[in-house]
Design a protein around this ligand. Structure first.
Ligand code: GSH
Length: 206
């Protein structure tokens, strides 16, 4: 059975991505949870992951690290995690890679705190620019793939998994959104796996 090493559900945005992808794809895995921000955290994670960071996936003697590579590995086990059409697949990979390498201001200014609810405060110009880019990606995807289903590329794919933490960030920080991104946020938030993640984040004592 696959082992997925993850951090706290309340704080670890990177962990949520492959966890959700595996759940949505129906790929069974054992979850090993390591609390972050403790004196022992690094040593605990290093038992599994060469980077000392979570998430990390273990499949027998294969070790996969970096959230996007794990999502790619999961898509080898279940190819529905990428769109089946070549052009859409290239676009989905592009938006997923953009999330993996970018949006630093959003990460810092709206850090993941799943169980929190903060009153809306006008974000910095840099965070506003990141939100505007995500809104634009979401509108573009939904306009072009809306007829195929309610997710970014119609059915759920790794692109949705990579943007899943944004859903919790938008809810925690009460970000106002245009119609199409709002619909996508509502669709994602209603997924049983997202609700389960949120409930487990609430139940965490740290
Ligand atoms: N680029 C990495 C980022 C992983 C990362 O920063 N993980 C954080 C938790 S969300 C971590 O392991 N922090 C532990 C530490 O730095 O001690 C990925 O995509 O997986």
């Amino acid at each position: 059975m696959l082992k997925l090493i993850i951090g706290d559900k309340n704080y670890s945005s990177w962990s949520l991505r492959p966890w959700l992808a595996a759940r949505q794809a129906g790929i069974p895995f054992e979850e090993i949870s390591i609390p972050l921000r403790r004196a022992t955290t690094k040593a605990e994670i290093l038992k599994y992951s060469p980077t000392g960071k979570v998430p990390c996936l273990i499949d027998g003697d294969t070790v996969v690290w970096e959230s996007l590579s794990i999502c790619e590995y999961l898509a080898e086990l279940n190819p529905t995690l990428w769109p089946s059409e070549k052009k859409a697949r290239a676009e989905a990979r592009s938006v997923a890679a953009e999330m993996h390498s970018g949006f630093a201001a959003l990460r810092q200014g709206m850090s993941l705190d799943v169980r929190a609810s903060f009153p809306f405060l006008p974000p910095s110009v840099e965070v506003q620019a990141d939100v505007a880019r995500i809104v634009s990606i979401c509108e573009d995807c939904r306009q072009r793939h809306g007829r195929e289903g309610p997710f970014l590329f119609g059915r759920f794919t790794n692109a949705d998994a990579m943007y899943a933490p944004v859903v919790f960030r938008f809810l925690t920080y009460h970000v106002e959104l245009p119609e199409l991104p709002r619909q996508w946020v509502d669709t994602m938030a209603a997924l049983p796996a997202m609700q389960e993640w949120r409930e487990m984040a609430i139940a965490e004592a740290h």
